[in-house]
Design a protein around this ligand. Sequence first.
Ligand code: ADP
Ligand code: ASP
Ligand code: MG
Length: 437
Amino acid sequence: MKILKFGGTSVGSAERIKSLLEIVDPAERQIVVLSAVSGTTNVLVEISQAFLDGKRDEAKKLIHEHKEKYKQLVQDLFSTEEGLKKGNDLIDYHFNLIESLGNDIFTHTEEKVILAQGELLSRTLWHFHLTEIGVSSVLLPALDFMKIDEDNEPIVDYIAEKLQPLLDEHPDNSLFITQGYICRNSFGEIDNLRRGGSDYTASLIGSALRADEVQIWTDIDGMHNNDPRVVSGTKPIAHLSFDEAAELAYFGAKILHPQSVFPAQRYNVPVRILNTMNPQAPGTLISKEGSPNGMIRAIAAKDGIAAIHIHSTRMLLAYGFLRKVFEIFERYKTPIDMITTSEVAVSLTIDDTSNLLDIIKEVELFGKVGVDEGQTIICVVGDFAANTHGYAARVLDAVKHLPIRMISYGGSDYNVSILLDTVHKTEALRSLHNRLF
Ligand code: ADP
Ligand code: ASP
Ligand code: MG
């Protein structure tokens, strides 16, 4: 069994939706995971924000504008009267629901229902289209099997337990379609796997079913060796190990959701990144095989980082100090990404700043605290094992003209990370690219 995930641009127009069958072979038993049509989730975020801010007129204007785009999509996608009616009814249903949610008290619970509408729409639109052209497919409602726990962690065993019987009900069908991104939380409410979460859905399903392969179909020919939005001349990487891909995704390579590699790695399901616009391109294979030695493989950057610096003479020759500091972050469920220490000071970074003020108040009990927001982590992935030499020096040499706030080396064999102010990010990525590749 294969899991194929198509991203927003891959389902971004009627033309694209129709051409999915050039890639999907309906005779092969598989699950297709669809994202929302490109741009949709951004608009749903804007609509929700307008409702949260009490700006109902603004929200309604956005709803009507976006509904018109979907009406056009339905016109272009369906050719029979029945297809057009089903498509238009579907659009009316979802957009009426979005509008009605703003008529009453609007909280983050209603927001999450609105954010789910993009994936609910795209999956059913494709199913209706397939029905119209006589291709049989089965809808699998993600809300019936995708679940996260109270820490927002997906539950792979639950997914397997709920999904397998749904598949078993249809032994003679081969093409199953489901929604990416959306799930239920521990209260049973509609929730999501965070932005870009359809990749995560595909990898979780692949892991739950121990699939042969997960394919992430997107708008570029694989994971490139640097961010193509910032640096020109980037190249696709043919093969990455799970560890390397996980570092790149976690530290900012937008092509993959930050957590999407972990379940695939745990259950050893290979992930292939492929290009919908150029299906023949080999793309990137992510698997457990290691990469050739002695190479710098790729660079990624993650913005929106806060660096926290704690200076405390109590740290001198003390044990248990770091544990006490880390416990504060644990209590606020705030992951720490980078850390560097000296005898009397520790610097660490977080990207979730929602509890920053409370965290600082508590950390201040230990010593003097300084915070720098607007930082970027640049992560260089390659062979940095202890028995290799010269590679870390090359990384630092490439950014020697820029002010560096932190350096992390030796945490793993395949990663060097540096922290700098986001204003220097573009220059750092370009300089690293020019000197390392
Ligand atoms: P989808 O909608 O298919 O999920 P995304 O927009 O989430 O697509 O991810 C694909 C985009 O990721 C590419 O178009 C590219 O601009 C961006 N990107 C950022 N870093 C990388 C990288 N290292 N390799 C390839 N693409 C990257
Ligand atoms: N539609 C969602 C988003 O835009 C999920 C995804 O595209 O993967 O974030
Ligand atoms: Mg994406």
